[in-house]
Write a protein that binds this ligand. Structure first.
Ligand SMILES: Nc1ncnc2c1ncn2[C@@H]1O[C@H](COP(=O)(O)OP(=O)(O)OP(=O)(O)O)[C@@H](O)[C@H]1O
Length: 239
């Protein structure tokens, strides 16, 4: 593994995840060897059940592998206990999921402030919401925002603590094409202006066009990795 290279954010070796035991065992990851350079926008594609979320959960410190190694820079995630993983997630990782999980009784600003109040070196809620193009909606409640706007608040909340890595699991899965494209524009903006490493799971294969690296998953293994020499702008994605 090239784990001493400071530019490599993640390095996995023989990463294996088995859920359950015996005849009920599900082999979700079957020996994944992968490197993700810092600052890249990475897209994970693959059929339902191919292991994408399992990989993302392990890289993000939400789950532990059954076997194999995963490093985040010079930290061995696969040997961390729950407390160390909690600190790792708190200090370095942001998550965005298909559903936005905003607090309905709080405004956009207050939803972001839930994070900025406990982070070390956060953006202000105003800065984070400006980054996602929602300065005009800062005092709106989730019910007063479209699905795409709610997802952008969720992105503002995730990036406000300035994580080194942002993991997105189907961020456009619940959105129409126009809102989905706007969300991808915002994610591209986060990658380019904050330098955040992005790992995005999607079923929308068109999104691969804006990635530095496209990882094709099948049956718990990497089938193929493509490097894009020319990336397209999110605004030019055709859905
Ligand atoms: N907690 C769990 N317990 C048991 N099996 C699980 C668990 N989580 C995932 N699996 C199984 O592991 C395999 C990989 O699932 P995973 O969610 O990683 O795939 P995926 O590629 O993200 O799929 P999707 O695109 O549908 O989200 C599947 O067969 C799934 O049923």
């Amino acid at each position: 593994m090239d784990s001493d290279n400071p530019d490599i954010a993640y390095s996995t070796s023989g990463l294996t995840k088995v859920y359950g035991e015996g005849s009920a065992a599900v082999h979700a990851l079957r020996g994944v060897d992968l490197q993700i350079p810092e600052g890249e926008l990475v897209v994970l594609l693959g059929a339902s059940g191919s292991g994408k979320s399992t990989l993302l959960n392990i890289l993000g410190g939400l789950d532990q592998p059954t076997a194999g190694e995963v490093r985040f820079f010079d930290h061995q995630l696969s040997r961390m206990d729950d407390r160390a993983l909690t600190l790792y997630r708190r200090d370095h990782i942001g998550f965005v999921f298909q559903f936005y999980n905003l607090m309905p009784s709080l405004t956009a600003r207050e939803n972001v402030e839930l994070v900025t109040e406990i982070a070390d070196n956060p953006l202000t809620a105003e800065e984070a919401l400006a980054l996602v193009g929602l300065s005009e909606r800062i005092d709106h409640f989730p019910a007063q925002l479209s699905g795409g706007e709610q997802q952008r608040v969720a992105i503002a909340r995730a990036v406000a603590k300035q994580p080194r890595v942002l993991f997105c699991d189907e961020p456009t899965g619940a959105l129409d094409s126009t809102s989905g494209r706007q969300v991808m524009e915002v994610l591209q903006q986060v990658n380019q202006t904050l330098g955040t490493t992005l790992v995005i799971i999607t079923h929308a294969a068109t999104i691969a066009g804006m990635a530095d690296r496209v990882i094709h998953f099948a049956d718990g293994q990497i089938r193929q990795i493509e490097l894009n020499s020319e990336k397209c702008l999110a605004q030019d994605l055709v859905w």
